[in-house]
Design a protein. Sequence first.
Length: 179
Amino acid sequence: MKGFVREDLRFSLCGLNCLLCPMNLGGYCPGCGGGAGNQGCAHARCSVKKGGLSYCWQCGDYPCALYEGAEAYDSFISHARQLTDTGRFMEIGAAAYHDELTRRRAVLDGLLARHNDGRRKTLFLQAANLLPLKTLEDIIKRLDANGAGGPPAAQTAADLLLSAAGALGISLKLRKKGG
């Protein structure tokens, strides 16, 4: 979209963790406003119309009708914590939130590099987005202490992530509309 530019390419205008999105991870999208990303986004159009807000929460109408049902379904990335993550960002500030995102991305990169059998990417992405950071880092420590890689490590990683998610009442499946 012409005129839509963002400085923060790690955390979206609307509250998604761009740094943990499979489109970003694959190099297909640099984050909203970072180039060829989701330039047709309704949130981006609204931001331009309202003078180029950096985050939706800066608008007096936040959360507006664009957020109705936002956390009910997912796209490439989980929307389950979109409003919660925005609240966290507002609470601790950009620098601290970006630090947490960077740590989450390090966990995700470690899972993909050392514990993936080629079939766990979505599970790992969901876990990196939805599980508490300390839980993720503890799981990585346990996995790395075992030292094994490949398919057995992938199953162990999946089991640990799913067990932690289950104990917290969190689903690590993408929720598609109508599905």
